[in-house]
Design a binder for this molecule. Sequence first.
Ligand code: SF4
Length: 427
Amino acid sequence: MLTAMPTASPPPSSQARPAPRDRGDACPGTLRLHAADDGALARIRIPGGVLTTRQAEALGCAARRLGDGDVHLTSRGNVQLRGLRAGCGAELAEVLDTAGLLPSWDHERVRNVVASPLSGLDGVGRQDVRPWLTALDTVLCANEAATELSGRFLFALDDGRGDVSGLGADVTVRAIEDGGAWLTPGAVRVAAGDAARAALAAAEAFLEAARSHGTKAWRVSELALSDEEMAHLVRRRLAAERIDHQEHPEPTGVTGGPRLGLVGDALSVHVPLGRLTPHQWEALTQVAGIEMRLTPWRGVVVPTPDLTAELAAASLDRLAAAGLVTEPGSAWLRVGACIGRPGCAKAHRDVRADAARTLDAGNSAGPSLYWSGCERRCGRPHGEHIDIIATPGGGYQLSATAPGQNTRTLSVGDPSRIRAALAAITS
Ligand code: SF4
């Protein structure tokens, strides 16, 4: 039975500022494992999602030897290893350290950086953000105060195409037409060569604001400050760091994730529900010549500058045969899910199985869907989508919010009626 619920406003998280925190975040990392129902969980920060082939092999090896074998992609282009056996933390840290994935143990949870995955590969962006990425990771790991950032604080480096600008990062730097970089919070232009230092200065301004307000805010949006007040603090910090800056209007235009297939000098694939089996991970590492880039849209971009069109097509065929999505139009592109049962104790259902069942039932067009095992909605995407949230009784609640519109919700007691509910809530 479908039950319409009268609601009149967007969910709190999309509109109001959350209540101030009174504790530090418990976000898992590589050195701080989280005890999940399917074993320990490690979240490994991969700035920009960039992995050398050797690092990718080390991760795959660690997943097989210590965990459930799979490599799980997050909505920030990071990696989670799940099902880790008890007491393996030191061994895991050693493997990752040897592979160069732990450049600063003190900063391992704060290296949350997303970057335009196709930057420098398809000729679309205004500039290659790789130098920004390298510089930001370097200054971040050298900054003692940055260890106070929460594991949820996010930097975004956009090459001007507007892809990662739409991910709601705490600090965004975006390449602009005149060769400079636009920084927010702050709403200022800085020189491209100052982009990394300016991003760090904005993060430091956030930390100062949090300290002076006596709050343990994890994200900029949690500070009780207006955009103008935050911009003022950032500009003051930039001035103190002697970083030239000028007020500048926000660049317009936001796009989504990379196209799939052969895109410029890269292969681009999507990973259904972000879970890569050992076979899929091995196929990717074998196709990747030097590096791969994990995307915040649960995809992988493999730079292939020297590949002929024939070899690129053969590589895509191989990745498709492994179960990765290589062509646009797949229903998987608009479906995401948290881990659900059996991995999470809070989950009311195996949401991944339900998502796959609904997809198999022919639901191949429509809005983006995000399935959650409970009302916490971990990892749900930014932007317009329908939340499908498992409820204690074994059913689901659907919640659709569009910009400028009221939230619409529907309750579904019988999960087999999800398709009908989706049709009803989008009609
Ligand atoms: S949304 Fe709920 S069920 Fe899903 S991972 Fe988060 S806490 Fe677990």
